[in-house]
Design a protein around this ligand. Structure first.
Ligand code: VG1
Ligand code: CO
Length: 542
């Protein structure tokens, strides 16, 4: 086995986005592409020498090959040890747990999350820091800078390692420990939730359907829901992870999890439905004939946390990303705990969690999590809901109605316009941005603007400032419209329009979401000239 140092040159565009580097799979497969990024990552953290990393991915196309390259490079860069999920598989929250539990120096997660997989679809890689969370902006900037000046990478010339057998082996001087990807995670969940009470719920005839979307949560959901908790066999569907996710889009929302929606959104559907994404950090929650918006889910978990053993002591605080609805803030206010508004992306929650300022976090994009790891966690959210349902012994619909009756309802929706020409999307954003300063006090489509700005986040823990995190337009009475460009796409630009409106009139809590939001949507269209994009309707509405 020989350590080789290979000369290389910078490759354009290796800038990590909202969550790591995501590109077309064929781009990642180009000679040196993966290698440059991995070397820049090791260089950005002061080298890999003597360090231990957790390595695993969501099993998408190129996972198996890429993980061998990463292992060879870790060994060649002097890493002491790699902890790898069997078969090269680890869900993102499970990886975060392992990084923390075994006090490692970080981890490399191979995933493009909710983006489709396959040779003509997407691949991704992200580095997580020793707290288990996605690298902070200062680290991702250092990685990017490294990719711009790289001149060599180190790699071990050796055979592929067997990652299917649990146990220890060596790659050069590096020890590789292949572990069961599920067991540590199962232990973590069992320590937070009341498994006995969820088991009793299932044995009382409560029916659940969990759609793993042929992605990484299949094995986890089988072991936990059907195994440890005794849900009937077949409760978990699409449970076998496939390199192309069965040709689907592993994004748990009403558009892409249609099979599940059709089944649960009917009067004789199961009592509870849920789905997770490619790498297992997202969740969608459904009840019979009931859709729970992710923003409401965050607020409901916050309001009911004391029912769960792991949170029985109460919460330190709650954080949500800026575009997420303000529903959780209202709960925090009532509970007398702090609430925070952060930019989009889980990396911004890490400092608040580490400092003990917040316990629960969430995003409107089907992401919720807590201080048990430093990533959002799909199955955790599902178990949280099941634990609440087991304690309260009412339906999902009743929980939702009760919540709105107490706190008011934040009607909420996100409209995505995908694969736009980049220039066009940027022009729209500048148009809105240029109007921000003069909007306050104006009426737009009948709504009065109370505040408008480009969101900047001042991290209360480390004092860092992150600018240009989305354009906010707030209207009198608690309505908002937010414009942002996606940082996870790999084709053109995706424009996200987030709309929200608060209703407290008890007689108006049961409206259709899109109908209730109509005035805000109209105002957003007038303000931005979105119709000039030439799209008849958004590509995805959540
Ligand atoms: C999207 C979501 C964001 C989430 C990110 C990563 O980012 O909006 O809330 O944190 O995906 O999620 P963007 O920049 O495309 O809006 V995951 O599950 O894809 O890692
Ligand atoms: Co994900």
């Amino acid at each position: 086995m020989e350590i080789k140092t290979i000369a290389t040159t910078p490759i354009e565009g290796q800038k990590p986005g909202t969550s790591g580097l995501r590109k077309k799979t064929r781009v990642f497969m180009e000679p040196g592409y993966l290698e440059n990024f991995v070397q820049a990552t090791f260089d950005a953290i002061g080298g890999a020498e003597g360090k231990t990393f957790v390595i695993g991915g969501d099993g998408r196309y190129f996972n198996a090959e890429a993980i061998q390259t990463i292992l060879r490079m870790a060994a060649a860069n002097g890493a002491r040890r790699a902890i790898v999920g069997q078969g090269g598989l680890l869900s993102t929250p499970a990886a975060s747990n392992l990084i923390r539990k075994y006090k490692t120096d970080g981890g490399l997660i191979l995933s493009a999350s909710h983006n489709p997989g396959g040779i003509d679809e997407d691949f991704g890689l992200k580095f997580n820091i020793p707290n288990g969370g996605p690298a902070t902006e200062s680290v991702t900037e250092a990685i990017y800078a490294g990719t711009m000046s790289i001149s060599r990478y180190h790699i071990l010339e050796t055979r592929d390692l067997d990652l299917n057998t649990i146990g220890e082996s060596r790659l050069g001087d590096m020890v590789v420990t292949v572990i069961d990807p599920v067991s540590d995670y199962l232990d973590l969940m069992a320590g937070i939730f009341d498994f006995g009470s969820i088991r009793a719920l299932f044995s009382s005839g409560f029916r659940i359907r969990f759609d793993a979307m042929h992605a990484i949560t299949g094995p986890y959901a089988k072991a936990i829901l059907e195994g440890a908790l005794g849900a009937p066999a077949g409760s978990v569907i699409n449970a076998v992870p496939l390199p192309d996710f069965g040709g689907g889009h592993p994004d748990p929302n009403p558009t892409w999890a249609k099979q599940l929606m059709d089944e649960v959104m009917s009067s004789n559907g199961p009592d509870f439905g849920a789905a997770s994404d490619g790498d297992g950090d997202r969740n969608m929650i459904l009840g019979r004939n009931t859709y729970v918006s992710p923003s409401d889910s965050l607020a409901i978990l916050t309001a009911n946390a004391r029912l769960v053993p792991g949170y029985a002591k109460g919460l330190a605080g709650v954080a949500r990303s800026m575009p997420t609805s303000c529903a959780a803030d209202r709960v925090a206010q009532k509970l007398g705990i702090e609430s925070f508004e952060t930019p989009t992306g889980w990396k911004f929650f890490g400092n608040l969690l580490d400092a003990g300022r917040v316990t629960i976090c969430g995003e409107e994009s089907f992401g919720t999590g807590s201080d048990h790891v430093r990533e959002k966690d799909g199955l955790w959210a599902v178990l949280f809901w099941l634990n609440i349902l087991a304690e309260r012994k009412v339906s999902v619909a009743e929980i939702l109605q009760d919540h709105w009756a107490t706190y008011g309802r934040n009607y909420y929706s996100r409209h995505d316009y995908e694969a736009l020409p980049i220039d066009q999307a940027k022009a729209l954003m500048s148009r809105v941005e240029n109007r921000l300063a003069t909007l306050a006090g104006m009426r737009v489509a009948g709504l009065k603007v109370s505040m408008a700005d480009s969101f900047s986040y001042h991290d209360p823990v480390d004092g860092s400032v992150s600018r240009n995190q989305g354009l906010r337009v707030q209207f009198e009475g608690g309505a908002r419209a937010i414009f942002r460009l996606s940082g996870t796409g790999t084709e053109g630009a995706t424009l996200r329009l987030y709309v929200e409106y608060l209703e407290t009139d008890p007689g108006k809590l049961g409206q259709d979401t899109q109908a209730a939001l109509r005035p805000v949507i109209e105002a957003a269209h007038v303000l931005s000239g979105i119709d000039s994009l030439g799209r008849a309707a958004p590509d995805v509405i959540t």
